[in-house]
Ligand binder design. Structure first.
Ligand code: C2E
Ligand code: CA
Ligand code: CA
Ligand code: CA
Length: 275
């Protein structure tokens, strides 16, 4: 048994060592990924419940690693955060989004908004407001075309500072939505105090409607609350017609999910959404 135990420890250490090594390697690779153009943005349509027309998009990142293939953001955003690369990636994403907003303004008569996910580290950056102000001015971004998605934890952890940042962003005409709503701490205090525009119901709740009673209750409750407070609601992860019909019946205004489109590179967004 003793022998076995030691062996197991060695295997464990080897595994851990390999993991740490891989992590370092990825970190180094990520430092070069932006300039090597390995990080790309995909856009997922957000459609209006009544017309099913695209009203906006969410930007999601993909890392096309030359050896490891495509790495999803849930795997590399945490690395970017711990390696202090998230600011650079974040500002790059926001600038690209501004350029896309302008392109759509010039090439279609559709006012598509573009939503971007923000990390708490971006929120804390002292240059954040200044740089966002510069970008909004440089590209002359019209009001309400640029949207930031933040999670509940950002708002709770950074309460005084976030109040200040959010108020400034509002003045710049940037919209704010709460991402993954329902999965965080769900303190209703901040919803009352902050000038928010939208709530995105987490896909884990959408997944099990209309068959699971608890999910149904949660989704209905969120929708009721949002209506009372004049907040718009996006349901994420809508994959089938049953979910869509349920959400429509309960006056959810916006849908996002594979039923409409997966996230795609900008020139691959389904044509029916673009014209
Ligand atoms: P999120 O903001 O909650 O993004 C929604 C995720 O759900 C995306 O995964 C999207 O591809 C996926 N999704 C959309 N519709 C469906 C559906 O119908 N069914 C299913 N099963 N999934 C659906 P993705 O692209 O892997 O992104 C994961 C997370 O990575 C995002 O969650 C966001 O938190 C983070 N992320 C992505 N891009 C960025 C970024 O530029 N900056 C930061 N800070 N985080 C990002
Ligand atoms: Ca999001
Ligand atoms: Ca989300
Ligand atoms: Ca999520």
């Amino acid at each position: 048994a003793k022998f076995n135990g030691r062996n197991r420890i060695q295997v464990f250490e080897k595994g851990l060592e390999a993991k740490v090594k891989k992590q370092h390697q990825l970190e180094n690779d990520l430092r070069l990924a932006l300039q090597n153009k390995e990080i790309v943005m995909v856009y997922q349509p957000i459609v209006a419940a009544d017309s099913l027309k695209m009203v906006g998009t969410e930007i999601l990142l993909r890392w096309h690693h030359p050896v490891r293939g495509t790495i999803m953001p849930t795997d590399f955003i945490p690395i970017a955060e711990s390696a202090q690369l998230i600011l650079e990636i974040g500002y790059w994403t926001i600038e690209k989004a501004c350029q896309q907003i302008l392109t759509w303004r010039e090439t279609t008569d559709q006012p598509f908004f573009v939503a971007i996910n923000l990390s708490v580290i971006q929120f804390r950056d002292r240059e954040f407001l200044g740089r966002i102000t510069d970008l909004v001015n440089k590209y002359n971004i019209p009001r309400n075309y640029l949207e930031f998605e933040v999670t509940e934890s950002i708002l709770l952890n950074e309460s005084v500072r976030s109040m200040e940042v959010i108020n400034q962003l509002k003045m710049l005409g940037i919209k704010l939505s709460i991402d993954d709503f329902g999965t965080g701490y769900s303190s209703f205090d901040y919803i009352r105090k902050l000038p928010l525009d939208k709530i995105k119901i987490d896909k884990s709740f959408i997944e099990d409607i209309p068959s699971d009673n608890n999910s149904v209750t949660i989704v209905k409750t969120i929708l009721n609350m949002a209506h009372e407070m004049n907040l718009q609601v996006v349901a994420e992860g809508v994959e089938n017609k049953e979910q869509m019909e349920f959400l429509r019946e309960h006056q959810c205004q916006f849908f996002q999910g594979y039923l409409f489109s997966k996230p795609k590179e900008v020139n691959k967004i389904p044509k029916k959404f673009r014209f």
